[in-house]
Design a binder for this molecule. Structure first.
Ligand code: ADP
Ligand code: ADP
Ligand code: MG
Length: 455
């Protein structure tokens, strides 16, 4: 049944993005929000708003019971979880399903299988998709870990199976470090994710992060090509592009086919991303994880394919079959996204919430700004620091880099420190301009190129 009324169970720029897509489809919207977000842009834009709890996310955006009750109370027939928060929580998806409400995303069993990194690795192997050499599933015992690590070869990564957002990952250089870090990793994973499962993976040196966007309707799956997200700080993406200029057309075809095979093998429904590491020196790629939700960087794919991914998933959740055939999906041009955070890049990226005194947004052909901002808004201190994303598209990568530089120069956000100066410096950097980057590029680069304080 088509969705008539959608409850948005998230905040920030993605809530704004989902409300817009719903409105474009004639779906009425209810914005669920914490008491700290009563004045947010998404609340102002939605047809209705409902408070789900106090500022602390554990009591609002992570409170599945309050969210389902809010949907029932407002008569919403569907819930969109956005990204982060409960978006990859199989228990929440199951509770939504059990209440007779449509969860905009995969079935809860799919989330349970693919949202857990260790079981997702097994599903990838079963579908014939290459994974990073690593342990057979969860490791609990220190002796078994040492044996497996010796077979894999050091350095190895210890990864929390339930981890996300760049957290829950440690690197062990040798057997002594492994023993100490294994226990630490288990304790930290239990505290952070409520699950102490960890597994081992070989550390791939200086890889690129290349990921494939898929869309499924539970019967068929198509891919919308890849994004490259190699510029990362603390394993979190900072700057993303589509397509990747590092891979050949043959690699692109194989990578996208691998992603579709894995998604098809589970009858995937909704938007999903299969993340891979790509080794320039060998041309090999390895599956690392699947995000069973819309991603922060989805707009670069929208810019080069012309597909509205959020609208597609709302249609699929409303019971429509995929409207796209693989042969209809084409790549055109090159897109770049800069994540604009309320952080001070001249002071170790210290979070910098505060009052937005002036906002001036660039516009023009090939420029898009997805954000939660308006002039006079007070950025609350309780949540992730992402303010918005500047996205540009041009005919080719050189032109896109030129355009992003111009758009960054025209973007004014006064009142809080932001990561705009970092992006300006990256857009001028010779290695970035030549696409000579990898996932371990940005951190040493920041040491060598400190961002000066903005005047
Ligand atoms: P992407 O969509 O690029 O994969 P992330 O994996 O970093 O991005 O997750 C998207 C957002 O969701 C992050 O910016 C963060 O706010 C939030 N998030 C993801 N995982 C977690 C987590 N385990 N704890 C807290 N926040 C998270
Ligand atoms: P998260 O759920 O936090 O996004 P991922 O498994 O996607 O965790 O890994 C996040 C980042 O960590 C990757 O984009 C990459 O930069 C790095 N990484 C993960 N696994 C490996 C590995 N085996 N070798 C080298 N780098 C890795
Ligand atoms: Mg990831």
């Amino acid at each position: 049944m088509p969705i008539r009324k959608l409850l948005v169970a998230n905040r920030g720029e993605i809530a704004v993005r989902v409300v817009r897509a719903a409105q474009s489809l004639g779906i009425s919207t209810v914005q669920a929000h914490s008491s700290a977000d009563a004045a947010s842009l998404a609340v102002q834009m939605a047809d209705e708003a409902v408070e789900i709890g106090p500022p602390h996310a554990a009591k609002s955006y992570l409170n599945g019971t309050a969210i389902v009750a809010a949907a029932q109370h407002t008569g919403a027939d569907a819930i969109h979880p956005g990204y982060g928060f409960l978006s990859e929580n199989a228990g929440f998806a199951a509770a939504v399903e059990a209440a007779g409400i449509t969860f905009v995303g995969p079935r809860s069993e799919t989330i349970a299988m693919l949202g857990d990194k260790a079981t997702a690795r097994s599903a990838a192997e079963a579908a014939g998709v290459p994974t990073v050499p690593g342990s057979d599933g969860i490791i609990t015992d220190a002796d078994a870990a040492a044996d497996q690590a010796a077979a894999i070869g050091y350095p190895v990564m210890i990864k929390a199976s339930a981890g996300g957002g760049g957290r829950g990952i440690k690197v062990a250089a040798g057997p002594e470090a492994l023993t100490v870090l294994l226990q630490q990793a288990q304790t930290e994973a239990r505290a952070a994710f409520g699950d102490d499962g960890v597994y081992l993976e070989k550390l791939i040196e200086r890889p690129r992060h290349v990921e494939v966007q898929v869309l499924g309707d539970g019967r068929d799956v198509v891919h919308c090509f890849e994004r490259e997200c190699s510029l990362q700080r603390r394993r979190q993406k900072v700057w993303e592009e589509a397509p990747s200029v590092a891979i050949s057309d043959d690699t692109r075809a194989a990578l996208c086919a691998s992603a579709v095979n894995l998604a098809r093998s589970v009858g995937y429904r909704g938007a999903g991303t299969l993340e891979f590491l790509y080794d320039d020196s060998t041309g090999a790629y390895y599956f690392i994880e699947m995000n069973t939700r819309i991603q922060v960087e989805h707009p670069v794919t929208e810019m080069v394919t012309g597909i509205d991914l959020v609208a597609e998933t709302l249609a699929i959740a409303g019971g429509k079959p995929l409207s796209l055939r693989q042969s209809d999906i084409r790549l055109e041009g090159h897109a770049i996204e800069c994540r604009i955070n309320a952080e001070d890049p001249s002071n170790n990226f210290m979070p910098a919430p505060g009052h937005i005194a002036v906002l001036s947004v660039p516009s023009g052909a090939g420029i898009r700004f997805d954000s939660l901002l308006y002039e006079g808004y007070d950025v609350p201190p309780f949540y992730d620091s992402l303010l918005g994303k500047l996205i540009v598209k041009a005919d080719n990568r050189d032109a896109a880099i030129a355009r992003v530089g111009e758009a960054l120069a025209a973007l004014v956000i006064d009142g809080v420190k932001t990561t705009i100066p970092l992006h300006k410096a990256l857009a001028r950097d010779a290695d970035v301009r030549a696409a000579k980057v990898h996932t371990q590029f940005l951190e040493p680069w920041l040491e060598a190129n400190p961002i000066p304080e903005e005047s």
